[in-house]
Ligand binder design. Structure first.
Ligand code: COA
Length: 232
């Protein structure tokens, strides 16, 4: 990870320091030492354009990747927690929103979730060994979910590798909920002893870029889909 390798070069400007202190109500004598500690222990670090984005403890730190300047840090609106049985009924909504609708095609009827190919992702969720997941909340409302199951579904690679399903409600997309969900999910999977996780994604889905950024690699493809795997 290039950011960790160049951590000794990390610095900020007086405006950057003031911004970080103000945004986080931070009362530490050395803001850069505080940033370094957070970066080393980050849940996930993502490169987008010219910046690194470091996610940890509900905070995102933005670092310019060319100059190693810490630009800012702020709290994320989104919080993530492990899924509980009370959330399981919500998976019907989230599997529906996970279905890719190509541009120019009609949104499928909600009943599509009961197709066996789709229902397998949520059917009696929590009852199979390996079932695990996380939800994202904004102001106490669940706005996204990411979960894993070992199932012979679209993204199956072997019987030891759980497969991902994820969606964020449309109006909350592009605000890092997906990234935060995945960071927490990878942690849970590692704690459970899994070595990798897989998924299937339509080639046309912009989520392909999202998965590549998270470290997924394509291991197989059909005309329409990539099967991708991430080593944990
Ligand atoms: C894919 C998805 C879970 C990502 O969640 P998110 O909260 O939007 O993700 P983040 O904000 O952390 O990251 C945004 C990235 O996701 C990707 N993305 C995919 N669909 C997107 C959308 N509708 N809106 C915004 N970003 C989207 C983009 O690559 C974006 O990167 P960019 O910021 O460089 O444009 C979410 O967009 C979603 O629910 N999509 C529809 C369901 C889906 O496709 N599920 C996957 C099926 S395999």
């Amino acid at each position: 990870m290039a950011l960790i390798d160049s951590i000794d070069n990390l610095h900020t400007t007086s405006m950057g320091e003031e911004r970080i202190r103000r945004n986080l109500a931070l009362n530490k004598p050395d803001v850069i030492a505080w940033c370094k500690e957070k970066i080393i222990n980050a849940d996930i670090i993502i490169r987008k354009g010219k910046n690194w984005y470091v996610y940890i403890d509900g905070i995102v730190i933005t670092v310019n990747s060319h100059s190693n300047t810490v630009i800012t840090a702020h709290k994320t609106k989104v919080s993530v927690r492990e899924i509980t049985p009370a959330d399981y009924p919500l998976l019907e909504d989230f599997i529906y929103h996970a279905i890719f609708v190509p541009a120019g095609t009609e949104t499928p009827p909600r009943g599509i979730i009961y197709n066996p190919d789709v229902f397998i992702y949520i059917d009696r969720f929590g009852s199979k060994p390996g079932d695990c997941g996380v939800v994202a909340e904004v102001g106490g409302k669940v706005i996204g979910a990411a979960w894993e199951r070992i199932i012979p579904a679209f993204g199956h690679v072997d019987d030891e590798t759980p497969e991902l399903a994820i969606s964020v409600l449309p109006k909350y997309r592009g605000q890092a909920a997906g990234t935060l969900l995945m960071a927490r999910l990878f942690g849970l999977l590692r704690e459970s002893g899994f070595k990798k996780t897989s998924l299937a994604v339509q080639k046309e889905n912009t989520a392909v870029k999202f998965y590549q950024r998270l470290g997924y690699i394509t291991v197989r493809e059909s005309v329409e889909e990539y099967i991708m795997v991430k080593d944990l």
